[in-house]
Design a protein around this ligand. Sequence first.
Ligand code: C5P
Length: 405
Amino acid sequence: MDELKNKNIILGVTGSIAAYKAPEIIRLLVREGAYVYPVMTRSATYFIHPLTLQSVSREKVTLSLFNGDERDIRHISLSALADILLIAPATANIIGKIAAGIADDILTTTVVATRAPVVIAPAMNERMYENPVVQQNIARLKSTGYRFIGPEEGRLACQDKGKGRMSEPATIVGFLKKIFSKMEDFKGKSFIVTAGPTREPIDVVRFISNYSSGKMGFAIAREMRDRGAKVILISGPTFIKPPEGVDFFVVETARQMEEKVKEYFDRVDGLIMTAAVCDFRPVQSFKGKMKKESKERVVLELVRNPDILEEIGRVKGEKILIGFCAEAENILQEARQKLKKKNLDLIVANDVTEKGAGFEVDTNKVFLLNSKGEVKSLPLMSKRKVAEVICDHIKQILEERQANK
Ligand code: C5P
C-alpha cells in the first residue's frame, strides 16, 4: 500500500533520550516515499545532532523561529505544508505546552498554526507519565482531537522499568499509515451531523432544555472530517468549540433544527442525528419576562415538537440515517423500537444512569444496533473513540451498498 507516498510529514523531536530513535522513524518514512521535515527543540539537540536528521531526511532541519531569512515564515510554511505533524519523542514539557496553547518556539508555533492531524508519541519516566497534571494534559489534548501512540511498558533510560517508553519506530509508522488510509474513507461524501441540546423558550429569559453538551456530536463531526467527508454540523447552543473545517450552524429550537436539517438533507449522503432534541415545547412563549408577583402557581402547557429523525426516515431513500437514544431502562428494547419506527440504518444507545456514559462527560458506553438486527456492546471509552467506531460502521454500510448496486 502507498499510504505514505508523497506525504509531507513534519517530525517534531523533543528532548528525551528516545530522540536517538528519530533517525529510524525518518528512515522508515522515507523508505515509504514520504517527505520528512524535521523540527527540533533546543533540548533535543543535546541528545542528537541535527546533521543526523538532515542526512537521513535529506531535508533542512528547522531549529529556530528565526533562521536569518525571515522572508520564509518557517512555522507558517511548515504548518501549511504538513499532511501530518508527528512529535516523537514527546516530553511531558511539550505535551504541557501544547495543552496550554503555548507557542514560544518553532515546534509549538507550528503545532498551533497547523490544520493537519497531530500525532504525539510520549516518552518519559513512568512517574512523570503518571503525574496527574500530565494525565490531564493528555486527556485534554485527546478530547481536542490530538492523537497519541504509546507510551509502552519496558525498560526506561533511568534504569526503572515501567510505562513511559516511546513506541517503536515501526509501530509509530504503522499508526501513521492507518491514519492516512482512513483519510480517504469518506472522500467525496457529505454528511449532516446534529449535536447538542435544543432550547425551547418559556419567555425571553427562560427556556426548557437538557444536559446535552454537544461533545458526542462534535466528536463525530471531527472524525468524519478527518476521514475526508464534507460535514455540515448543526448544533444547539453548547459551550465547546466546534471542529475546524466543517460548516457550522447554531440553532436554538427543535423547529429551527428541523428547518436547517431539511434545507441540507437533499445535498448529503447521510444524517447523523446526535442532538438531544427537546420532545416538547411550551405552547406559547411569553412575550417579555414572566413576572412572579401575584402568582403562586404557573401551569406550563407543552406541545410535541416534530420528530426530525422520524420525518426524515420517511423520505430517506438510499441515504444513511443514524440515530441516538439515551435511555434509563429497557435500553435494547427501546433502541430496537426506535430503529424500526424511525427507519434507521444504525442506532447508538446509551444508558444515562451508567457512570461515565451519556450527557456532559468525555466518555460514553454504548450499544450499536443495526437494521440487520445485529447488536454490539462497546466498553466504556472516550467519545472520540466511540465516534471512530461509529464511522467504521458507516464505512461498512457504504461499502455494502456499493457492493449491492
Ligand atoms: O428522543 P428519542 O429517544 O426519540 O431520540 C432518538 C433519536 O431521535 C435521536 O437521534 C434524536 O436526535 C432524534 N430526535 C429527533 N427529533 C425529536 C426527538 C428526537 O430527531 N423531536
